[in-house]
Design a protein around this ligand. Sequence first.
Ligand code: ZN
Length: 141
Amino acid sequence: MVAVPRPLPEATTETQEFWDGLKRQELRIQRCRTCGRGYFYPRPFCPRPGCHSRDVEWITASGRGRLHSYVIVHRGHPAFPAPYVLAVVELDEGGRMFTNITGLDVPTPEQLPIDAEVEVVFVEVEGVALAHFRLVEARSG
Ligand SMILES: [Zn+2]
């Protein structure tokens, strides 16, 4: 088997704060001071239709959110062995992140109800800190 290097993200001027936050195990996102909504990915203006304010700030998100959508990838790639879950998570503060859901050996749709509660998991891959998410177990009672 030929080793295939995993492609890794590279910070840009606009995303540096996000990547630096992950190294400290902080989920840094931006929030609009005009409409109060959080958003992701980082950019210098609010993406909300009708707002587009440039009065934005960085905040540390709670790391909590809900499963907005996902696919279970069954046909892997040498750099990304299958199966794995590619997901969109809606953060509690606002904004949606493209990410992986971890903690499931063999993920099935039954384990991944839309709107399920998720929380961030900080992982390190080849020296780069990444934000993945895992399901929050439903509390009884
Ligand atoms: Zn706004």
